[in-house]
Design a protein around this ligand. Structure first.
Ligand code: PLP
Length: 398
């Protein structure tokens, strides 16, 4: 009964970890989840009130397939205000989360065999989305030595005649690494040479950066390439609105129109109420984002400090997002108190879940072995407890 398409893909491993942690919790175990990629902050009241108002005002019917005009205008203003890029409303689309927007983009643009360059470690969904759209993911390993970032040389080596897209995710999930203006310029110099190569910039963590890092997106660094760039963003991470499911993108008109066509034959419009909430998020007060970043920064520094103290772990301190990508390479081949061997980072993550009741995601889920990802988008108390437990569990490895 099931299609062969299913054989190519796997369920999201991050969702799998979160589900397992939830199951253990339901069995009464005190599991601390550091697996989920969502801020623990509440959606701000002004946004909630806008949604309530939308319901009361009967904004509860179908809307334009790819978003109400007021929201598109707010997105247009966001790009002008924050990224200094002027988009026409016809160059903007809204979907049910950044995830659907990306999926639409691949479905609308990929033909069988088209290649998509994905710097690795990568967000878990990119390769599978590309496969579902019959494209070919081309994974390029970007090791710690390059701060987990794609270099111009690597990019040039990965480009073939089949290349349709390069995906740049800055700040990155899972590493938090973000590209500087100069690094983007250097990549743009390569992209300029290959006119058939387009770029998806996944900027969903744009607002979550630290240490005075200045965020830039490729379309603002290289405006001459804007007709080859799809800039994807959303309200999930910045405004703590993961459940509202609103993402958006700006890019070439023909692609934007094609993406709406795909959406018109699948989900139609994103929820009308959530669109009004997102409109308020983007056009209402922005100052509180800074306060939240301060809280994230404190947590990042705390977790980095604690993980650094643990023998065998090497956390990577990055410019943004709310993740720490941590090496556990030195613990591979050690034995657990039960006599099991830690053969890889998946074993290590399972060990942490069983022994320390802490849920993390193994690096292989993101295409890099011997690492694991910690999300610090949870309370200070949870982080304190989790780090102590990880420490204890690691000490028991011999
Ligand atoms: N892109 C990246 C890198 C992500 O980490 C996520 C969510 O985890 C998304 C896109 C999609 O977010 P949403 O669909 O909630 O907008």
């Amino acid at each position: 009964m099931l299609s062969s398409r299913l054989e190519k893909i796997k369920p999201s491993p991050t969702i799998a970890v979160t589900t397992k942690a939830k199951e253990l919790r339901e069995l009464g175990k005190d599991v601390i989840g550091l697996g989920a990629g969502e801020p623990d902050f509440d959606t701000h009241d002004n946004i909630k009130n806008a949604a309530i108002k939308a319901i009361k005002d009967e904004q509860t019917k179908y809307t334009a397939v790819d978003g109400i005009i007021q929201l598109k205008k707010a997105i247009q203003e966001k790009f002008a205000r924050e990224n200094k890029i002027d988009y026409d409303l016809t160059e903007i689309t809204v979907g049910t989360g950044g995830k659907q927007v990306l999926y639409n983009a691949f479905m609308a643009s990929l033909n069988k065999g088209d290649e998509v360059i994905i710097p690795s470690p990568y967000w878990v969904s990119y390769p599978d989305m590309v496969l579902l759209a019959e494209g070919t993911p081309v994974l390029v390993t970007c090791p710690l030595e390059n701060n987990f970032k794609l270099t111009p040389t690597q990019l040039e080596q990965a480009i073939t005649e089949e290349t349709k897209w390069l995906i740049l995710n800055s700040p990155s999930n899972p590493t938090g690494a973000a590209y500087s203006h100069e690094e983007l310029e250097n990549l743009a110099n390569v992209i300029r040479k290959y006119k058939h190569v387009n770029v998806i910039c996944d900027d969903i963590y744009e607002h979550i950066t630290y240490d005075n890092f200045k965020f830039y997106t490729l379309a603002s660094v290289a405006p001459d390439l804007r007709n080859r760039i799809l800039t994807v963003n959303g309200v999930s991470k910045a405004y703590a609105m993961t459940g509202w499911r609103i993402g958006y993108a700006a890019g070439p008109k023909a692609l934007i129109k094609a993406m709406a066509k795909i959406q018109s034959q699948s989900t139609s419009n994103p929820t009308s109420i959530a669109q009004y909430a997102a409109l308020e998020a983007l056009s209402g007060p922005q100052e509180y984002l800074q306060d939240r970043n301060k809280a994230f920064l404190e947590r990042r520094n705390f977790v980095i400090e604690k993980l650094t103290e643990i023998k065998g772990l090497k956390p990577y301190q990055a410019e943004g997002a709310f993740y720490i990508f941590c090496s556990c390479e030195e613990l591979i081949a050690l034995q657990t108190p039960n006599g099991d061997t830690i053969n890889n980072c998946t074993d290590f993550a399972s060990y942490l879940l069983d022994e320390a009741l802490v849920a993390v995601v193994p690096g292989v889920a993101f295409g890099m072995k011997n690492y694991f990802r910690v999300s610090y988008a949870t309370s200070n108390e949870n982080l304190k407890k989790a780090c102590a437990r990880i420490n204890e569990a690691c000490k028991k490895l011999t």
